[in-house]
Design a protein. Structure first.
Length: 370
């Protein structure tokens, strides 16, 4: 699927009937009560930007506070591609020199200089590794991502160890680098093209035919953004959840989980990939008692971190995260997204909550039978 483009975006905007069903599910609107921070407000903002209207900070805020959670698209009777319209609006702001913002520039500079989006030391990227890096080649690459490598290292370590226990042949790259999602989501398509192209060259150099990714942002970037920008990719992409679910029953491994947990449905795996059943099946197989929230898996609200929102609007992001935490009944929350894990844990600490959020493979490893 190619970029929507200006005309395509304006056509999508014109199909909105302003029925406002989206207001009932939009996470930013539900925590702010402000119409500009809703799908309706964002379509209006994008129209002004794309039609050459006067641009102010409020318009930019409307477009850059969208987490692209897809909840609005799920209920829209007209099927308006809101997230794509938002993306075109962001691209136009960049083209007009109204973006990126200072904090975005700082993060992008870090990607270009240090190969990661979180300010990490490149020499410490594999500090989580429980053994010396095996010098091996494989057609399957475990691409860990920036957050697991530096900020949610339990996701990196447990992904690595569990794949070994499951008998998966894979390799890890010492110079992995960043997938490039941040500049793409910011609307900087030209820079994203450069990063994407370099990454594909790196993979081809190592003979990579398949990626296994524990990070949901990396999944969406490699699976959808790369083909969109580059016209195609020479590798297959799967989320770690899919691999674990596929291999678990035949692995002979057993787990003895007994505690009560709630599963948090990350937007990119649930609405994005339709993976609702698989994580719940695994948690049941591992012996955990699943406590479900009042909403259905399809209605699960966004944690507030995605599409660059947390880096620009921290308070808004945390308000969305607390709404998720308060709706999940168990004290232990399980996620299949490192960014959700990070943001929800941060919100729990800052908000005086006692809930702990665990990446799913980290929780499993603690309950594997010896």
């Amino acid at each position: 699927m190619a970029e929507l483009g200006r005309e395509g975006a304006l056509q999508e905007i014109s199909s909105c009937t302003q029925c406002e069903q989206c207001l009932e599910v939009c996470p930013t609107y539900l925590v702010s009560g402000e119409l500009p921070l809703s799908p309706v407000g964002r379509l209006e903002a994008a129209a002004r930007v794309l039609e050459g209207g006067e641009i102010d900070g409020r318009l930019a805020e409307a477009l850059y506070t969208c987490t692209k959670c897809m909840a609005c698209e799920q209920v829209c009777p007209q099927g308006v591609k809101v997230t794509e319209v938002v993306h075109e609006g962001r691209r136009q702001l960049v083209a007009l020199g109204k973006a990126p913002f200072p904090n975005q520039k700082k993060i992008i500079d870090g990607i270009l200089k240090n190969g990661n989006s979180v300010g990490g030391d490149p020499s410490a990227r594999l500090a989580w590794l429980p053994e010396p890096l095996p010098r091996k080649e494989s057609h399957t690459l475990l691409f860990l991502g920036c957050l697991p490598s530096y900020l949610v290292t339990e996701a990196a370590r447990s992904s690595y160890l569990l794949l070994k226990k499951l008998g998966v042949d894979f390799m890890v790259l010492e110079d992995e680098g960043c997938c490039g999602i941040y500049p793409y989501e910011a609307g900087m398509t030209d820079l994203a093209y450069e990063i994407f192209s370099q990454k594909v060259e790196q993979f081809e150099k190592h003979g990579v035919k398949e990626l296994i990714v524990p990070c949901n942002g990396c999944l969406k970037t490699f699976k959808y953004f790369y083909p969109r920008v580059l016209g195609g990719v020479p590798f297959r992409v799967r989320h770690l959840l899919e691999v674990v679910h596929e291999r678990w029953k035949e692995s002979g491994l057993q787990a003895k989980g007994s505690k009560e947990v709630s599963y948090q449905d990350p937007c990119r795996l649930s609405r994005g990939e339709g993976l609702y059943r698989e994580p719940r099946e695994l948690l049941g197989d591992w012996g955990f008692k699943l406590l479900e929230p009042s909403w259905t898996p399809q209605e699960a609200p966004c944690c507030g971190a995605g599409a660059g929102v947390r880096s620009l609007y921290r308070d808004l992001s945390l308000r969305m995260a607390r709404r998720v935490l308060d709706g999940l009944p168990a004290d232990t929350v399980v996620s299949t997204c490192p960014f959700c894990t990070f943001n929800l844990n941060y919100a729990s600490r800052k908000g005086g909550r006692t809930k702990t959020v665990r990446y799913f493979t980290a929780l499993l490893l603690e309950h594997l039978s010896s």
